[in-house]
Design a protein around this ligand. Structure first.
Ligand SMILES: NC(=O)C1=CN([C@@H]2O[C@H](COP(=O)(O)OP(=O)(O)OC[C@H]3O[C@@H](n4cnc5c(N)ncnc54)[C@H](OP(=O)(O)O)[C@@H]3O)[C@@H](O)[C@H]2O)[C@H](O)CC1
Ligand SMILES: [K+]
Length: 377
């Protein structure tokens, strides 16, 4: 079975990225399956507390909470760390009494004072938790939220973001006033905004915590975006490819779909779609009935049917010609266009790291079988 096929097998399941709307659906389906929203929030806040304890010794902690469920996670985190003996303060945008549902229930368990959010509350904090807005971010930051986060961003105190840094759009990675975190703890699966720029840079290290969401919810959601990983495409690579050396190519084209490999400037010359990189690349793939590889340090690989893979890498001087050579080689091994493009982008990174900047497209057939054998373990 092809992993990058509509059937969601294990590789695609693990690498799935969920949109904000799909994540809300995952929560709803979890509740249907018997995991309450209260429990999901308890687990989310506890996961943030646990990741903090793994990295820092107790120190004056300030938790900044917002008016929705992101703030609810913040209250759980504050409560957990206070119970563990940390000196914790909470500041909130909006009023605790106005918090609804499980966020309200968790906030009521916080025994301490809740300060009003303003830059003054930052005084004395040695670690900051940003639980102001997550998936529910609806517009640009302004007023006291913007001023407080901006002041925190100008300082040197590390910031831990709950789900996303407040101000980062989960679906696009766009920033509406966010400041950089050193650590972001998100839940169940990443969202595209954790990988697309500038979101990826603003998140710092990203940890995906299990909060009890049943894996089976993915069958109903059918994710359309994935983080690049060999588990997505290794099953699509015929094992014959591992033994092929130059001069003995089997040359079986699995499909006739064209693969376009474009840098941002080339992309702009060909297409005038607007919006974020994921949306634009999908539109181009659909418009051109081609697999489009939109390169950068957040490369987006889109298929005409709407599926997309996002690949994060450090910027490199490597050429599009080399990437094109790798993808062509994979296709001569019988790989269909979409998995060949995703695999090509991955292998291009690994090859550039292993063989240095001088690697030429014509050397690829000699070098890749060895790399692939290692991936197969
Ligand atoms: N499976 C999971 O991922 C779980 C996630 N959890 C956490 O829940 C949040 C999402 O919670 P939600 O309540 O949907 O959204 P937020 O808390 O991020 O924000 C909503 C409130 O914020 C207001 N808002 C939005 N943008 C702004 C802005 N720029 N300025 C001021 N106010 C803003 C919004 O107001 P509206 O007027 O737009 O309604 C809402 O009041 C997710 O991120 C996780 O942290 C669960 O706890 C566990 C499961
Ligand atoms: K946040």
């Amino acid at each position: 079975m092809n992993t990058l096929s509509p059937d969601l097998d294990n590789g695609a399941r693990q690498a799935a990225l969920l949109t904000v709307r799909q994540m809300a659906e995952a929560d709803r389906l979890s509740v249907v399956a018997g995991v309450s929203s209260f429990e999901l929030m308890s687990n989310a806040g506890a996961a943030v507390a646990r990741e903090i304890q793994r990295r820092w010794t107790p120190r004056p902690l300030l938790v900044l909470c917002g008016p929705g469920n992101n703030g609810g996670d913040g209250f759980v985190c504050a409560y957990r760390l206070a119970q563990a003996g940390w000196p914790v303060r909470v500041a909130m945008w909006g009023s605790r009494a106005a918090l609804k549902g499980e966020a309200g229930q968790h906030a009521q368990r916080w025994p301490g004072e809740v300060q009003a959010l303003s830059p003054a509350v930052l005084e004395g904090a040695e670690l900051i938790v940003d639980a102001v807005f997550g998936a529910g971010l609806a517009r640009a930051l302004e007023g006291q939220v913007l001023d407080t986060l901006a002041a925190a961003g100008r300082g040197t105190v590390p910031i831990v973001a709950v789900d996303t840094p407040s101000g980062v759009m989960g679906d696009t990675g766009e920033s509406l006033g966010a400041v950089a975190a050193v650590l972001t703890v998100t839940f169940f699966r990443k969202k595209p905004g954790h990988l697309l720029l500038p979101g990826r840079d603003l998140c710092g290290e990203v940890i995906v915590a299990d909060i009890g969401t049943p894996e089976a919810v993915l069958d109903a959601i059918v994710p359309q975006a994935f983080e690049n990983h060999p588990g997505l495409w290794l099953p699509d690579l015929p094992r014959a490819g591992l033994d092929t050396v130059a001069g003995h190519p089997p040359v079986v084209a699995a499909d006739a779909t064209q693969v376009l490999t474009l840098h941002e400037s080339e992309f702009r010359r060909m297409f005038d779609f607007v919006g974020d990189k994921l949306t634009r690349t999908r539109a181009a793939a659909q418009h051109g009935s081609a697999v489009v590889v939109h390169r950068g340090s957040d490369t987006v690989i889109a298929c005409p049917d709407g599926r997309a893979v996002i690949h994060c890498s450090v910027p490199s001087a490597a050429t599009g010609e080399l990437l094109g050579g790798i993808i062509r080689w994979l296709r001569t091994q019988g790989m269909p266009a979409f998995p060949a493009a995703a695999a090509g982008v991955w292998l291009h990174d690994v090859a550039a790291a292993e063989f240095g900047p001088g690697l030429l497209a014509k050397e690829v057939p000699h070098l890749l079988p060895g790399l692939l054998r290692r991936l197969y373990g």
